[in-house]
Write a protein that binds this ligand. Sequence first.
Ligand code: SF4
Ligand code: SF4
Length: 404
Amino acid sequence: MTAVVPQRPTGGRLIDQFEYGLDAPICLTWELTYACNLACAHCLSSSGRRDPRELSTAEAEAVIDELQRMQVFYVNVGGGEPTVRPDFWHLLDYAIGHDVGVKFSTNGVKLDRVRAEQLAATDYVDVQISLDGATAEVNDRVRGTGSYATAVRALENLAEAGMRDFKVSVVVTRENVSQLDEFRALTDRYGAQLRITRLRPSGRGADVWDELHPTQAQQRELYSWLLGNGDRVLTGDSFFHLSAYGEALPGLNLCGAGRVVCLIDPVGDVYACPFAIHETFLAGNVRSPGGFQRVWQSSELFAELRSPQTGGACTKCAHFDACRGGCMAAKFFTGLPLDGPDPECVQGYGENALAARDADLVPPRSHLDHSHTGPVRGQPTLLGMPPVPAKLCDESPLAGLELR
Ligand code: SF4
Ligand code: SF4
């Protein structure tokens, strides 16, 4: 499907140009696999089991070739847990060798001393270790027993190997928002940088969003903390809805979905944003003729997303210029209209909109769920390294096989 893409203005504010989209994404996330050794309660992609349709090594290389041609200078690689893919280290080298830098997110399970030394000696690679509590007690309630120790061991290995400025990536929740200073102390200890992002009701996150998303009072606390510490903390521009409190936070302050942001999922499907894995936001597949470039530049969905918002409740709000109505994915997965307030609108309009929803409304859910079998959804439990299944096909038809 091709579409007429709205004309991007030349000159003027950067945000006005970005609103119309760019020729290549600035922030491309590529989830290499849905396989994961953990079962985090808030996993945005409901990961766990490998998908048998996962891109092969050759197909993944072809995507990297294309990114090089499009001059995409780096990708955010994630999953699932990307390092459990047998060809992960090969694809990392392949990307770097083709001028595509890699920032990958991991729970640290494979970052032993040898891998840490390899990473420290490699240019154009950055690592983000996921940690959702500054203490084992808080972290493991969400990410699973033992996951704090695994992450800290990876941090130690990276620091000892001489890696600098790697990231500790934290999803801010009701349970850890009071630990922000502790997180910073922890990252300072390892010569790392703190990166905090917003909890969205995507994937398994929808099951725990009500109990884990920060309260209004905590959002105010977070905003004040960001104003005081923002220069030393990365946020992926994910808290721009807080700008409606007053002073704007640093960043684009714009939902970049389909404009400057997108996701390639493990089977090659391209979605408008990593937090929007749903048919509504599916723009195409890299296996189709024209590949990723055609999807990015010509899909009808992305053309639509690149049209500036002109109607809806938020455009009438005095704070619209600051918060732009917030996060599309957060609205969608809580069953709110996309042109209305964010469910966490700091002016309180989101709470009113949530309360006014039809009592029978069932918020949309992703059509994909790769969660491990068993009591995983909504359960902050760790499964540990996946056991060898009694039959390989208990996990997936291709479990344990190296895809080529
Ligand atoms: S009503 Fe909309 S634009 Fe206004 S503060 Fe809330 S989310 Fe932002
Ligand atoms: S949908 Fe939300 S998470 Fe995705 S780009 Fe927009 S604001 Fe960011």
